[in-house]
Design a protein. Structure first.
Length: 162
């Protein structure tokens, strides 16, 4: 995902947005040109949504949860998109049971591994993560989903070509 020179761009929280994607991430209200929206975790919200928004950020991808179905895992004070609740060690989506270790959420299989093994797994994964976050920096936060390949030429949200 990237930007073309002809795309109207808005800069917000040091990230670039397509003008057409730049709207309240909850109610989709478009902002006036001179309006600086409320920032909640670097995402723009209108005044009336900003309060709710801070409670509805996915603990996995840090994007706003607008779907009506989301996960609220027992004992964890965070909400997740379905599919974003993943094992911190192996990165697989957790479908059935999970274990917690401090701040970490682990699948049942990894929950039985030693802390040393877990730390190594996380270190390997965070290297991969750094790669994808540099891609993220150059994509519109509204439509640049982590799943989309960087080569994709379509805005995931609006379906328009870049
Ligand atoms: Zn709103
Ligand atoms: Zn998510
Ligand atoms: Zn796991
Ligand atoms: Zn976009």
């Amino acid at each position: 995902m990237g930007f073309k020179d002809i795309d109207p761009i808005r800069l917000f929280a040091e990230r670039r947005w397509h003008e057409r994607c730049f709207k309240c991430q909850k109610c989709s209200l478009a902002f006036a040109r001179d309006k600086v929206p409320e920032a909640v975790r670097e995402l723009p919200f209108c005044d009336s949504c900003a309060g709710d928004a801070s409670k509805l950020i996915c603990g996995g991808c840090s994007r706003f949860i607008s779907e009506s179905s989301f996960l609220k895992p027992k004992g964890i004070h965070k909400l997740y998109h379905v599919g974003c609740f993943k094992c911190d060690a192996c990165g697989r989506a957790i479908e059935s049971g999970f274990k917690t270790r401090g701040e970490l959420v682990l699948c049942v299989e990894d929950g039985n591994k030693s802390q040393k093994v877990i730390s190594e797994m996380i270190a390997t994964r965070s290297e991969v993560k750094m790669d994808s976050s540099s891609v993220k920096k150059d994509s519109c936060p509204a439509c640049g989903s982590a799943k989309a390949s960087p080569a994709s030429k379509f805005c995931g949200e609006c379906g328009h070509k870049f």
